[in-house]
Design a protein around this ligand. Structure first.
Ligand SMILES: [Ca+2]
Ligand SMILES: [Ca+2]
Ligand SMILES: [Ca+2]
Ligand SMILES: [Ca+2]
Length: 463
């Protein structure tokens, strides 16, 4: 695994970012073996697989052109990625994820219209070439637009678009909207940010030429913490009267008011959560499977008393529920050189694979779920290099599990593999090899024993 690092070059007035790739060597990184890219980026780049060879590529607008460029992994050559009439939004929340139900990752771009408003473009992957399929607008009332997040919010097997933001410049009125799969209509899934007379709101993004601290855009970090098959979120909110900011867990629950009817689901804020509430001045909160047991724990970054004195907190998820999950990791199936003795190469976690399951819930109704792997990488997206999909309380087998991977230009057939009768509480490692024969993709299955959990989140302070 290699590491791409972006940095603000010294004495560089424009706010452009430099980037360096430090090459992985077995289990380690060698600081003497790195490549400094010869172009600077307008914004943090997106890691995707533009040419579908399962080698990650670097996408972004560079100093060379105002059109997005792609740096192809492998031979490190620069190419024009696509031609768009619109400028990229700063900060962007581009994504590389299937939005057209063919299990092939498309390119989602956040751009700015001619009149200066935020908009979204879906560039569909058609036989390996990206072409503009649709452009749609932000919710009408949204003034401050946060980072787009993709999750199967309503659990129907198709990925939906979540958008946090504010309906005024100072974020006194915050909101989270949802556009269900294929719909352009925005439905609010959270608008009430008040608790016991205190009004909370998102923290607006401040863009400075030379930021003193890491600028963090308004972001939802997605994960199904209670494994009921409906993805939940973590968000950082600040007290609008100005006394600090905290991380909150947003649980995905059935819609119980008129405004979210079109989404069927909505977010409920846990205003007081043991473990999370005591962490003052949280900056970022995200999910992480610390114990590698398929249960998502929480990691919080907070500001210390002194400037740039950050602390990382880890919270173990002890929520009690008899729920099941499946954990899926999709690797590249590539060796850096020839694969010796015809062993199946593992490779590393890929951007772009798309996963979907179908099963039957505890009441006998069909239940689906889907997720993209590593669809976003910039601005502390902090996505996990695997997906944990909650299955609720049903111990039924997964009827089907589908995994699709990107494919190169000119290849017409979709690279998609299907498995049947997967046991719940298992971890699947999917290794597509050889790439052009997806049916031969191998899977390694690890089954976790049953686990017991006790209520609340236990704090493990990493200070
Ligand atoms: Ca590639
Ligand atoms: Ca697609
Ligand atoms: Ca959905
Ligand atoms: Ca959930």
């Amino acid at each position: 695994m290699d590491v791409l690092l972006t940095y603000l070059p010294q004495n560089h007035a424009g706010g452009e970012l430099g980037a360096v790739i430090i090459w992985g060597q077995n289990q380690t990184l060698n600081p003497n073996n790195m490549t400094i890219l010869n172009r600077t980026f307008q914004d943090e780049p997106l890691i995707m697989d533009f040419n579908g060879d399962l080698i990650p590529d670097v996408f972004g607008v560079t100093s060379e052109s105002n059109q997005p460029q792609i740096l192809l992994g492998g031979n490190l050559s620069w190419h024009l990625a696509l031609t768009t009439k619109h400028k990229m939004r700063l900060p962007h929340s581009h994504a590389f994820i299937d939005l057209t139900e063919d299990f092939t990752a498309d390119l989602f771009l956040t751009t700015v219209s001619a009149s200066g408003t935020s908009q979204f473009e879906i560039w569909e992957n058609l036989d390996g070439n990206f072409s503009l399929r649709t452009i749609f607008e932000k919710p009408q009332n949204m003034v401050v637009v946060g980072q787009s997040a993709f999750a199967d919010f309503d659990g129907d097997g198709h990925v939906d678009h979540l958008l946090p933001g504010c309906e005024d410049d100072s974020c006194q009125r915050s909101a989270i909207y949802l556009a269900r799969h294929g719909a352009k209509q925005w439905v609010p899934v959270l608008q009430d940010f008040s608790n016991k007379g205190t009004l909370w709101g998102f923290v607006p993004f401040v863009r400075e030429q030379r930021p003193a601290e890491i600028p963090v855009p308004i972001t939802l970090h997605i994960g199904d913490y209670n494994m009921d098959g409906y993805p939940d979120a973590l968000a950082v909110l600040r007290n609008t009267s100005g006394s600090g900011q905290q991380a909150f867990l947003l649980e995905n629950v059935p819609c119980s008011n008129a405004s979210c009817e079109g989404a069927h689901r909505m977010f409920k804020v846990y205003w007081e959560l043991v473990g999370l509430s005591p962490i003052r001045d949280a900056v970022v909160a995200t999910f992480f499977d610390i114990y590698e047991d398929g249960i998502l724990d929480i990691v919080v970054l907070s500001k210390g008393p002194a400037k740039n004195n950050f602390a990382i907190h880890a919270l173990k998820n002890n929520f009690e529920a008899d729920a099941y999950f499946v954990k899926v990791i999709v690797l590249s199936g590539l060796c850096s050189n020839d694969c010796p003795r015809k062993i199946t190469p593992f490779g590393v976690n890929q951007p772009g694979p798309y996963i979907m399951y179908t099963t039957v819930d505890a009441n006998g109704y069909p239940k689906n779920g889907s997720a993209g792997q590593l669809s976003q990488s910039a601005h502390l997206a902090l996505q996990l290099p695997y997906n944990v999909l909650g299955l609720g309380r049903s111990a039924n087998f997964l009827d089907h599990l589908y995994v699709g991977i990107p494919r190169p230009a000119g290849e017409k057939s979709v690279r998609k593999q299907e498995w049947t009768a997967i046991i719940p509480n298992s971890q699947l490692i999917v290794i597509p090899y050889p790439h052009d024969v997806p049916r031969s993709a191998c899977r390694r299955l690890r089954v976790h024993p049953g686990h017991h959990r006790s209520p609340a989140l236990a704090g493990e302070d990493g200070r």
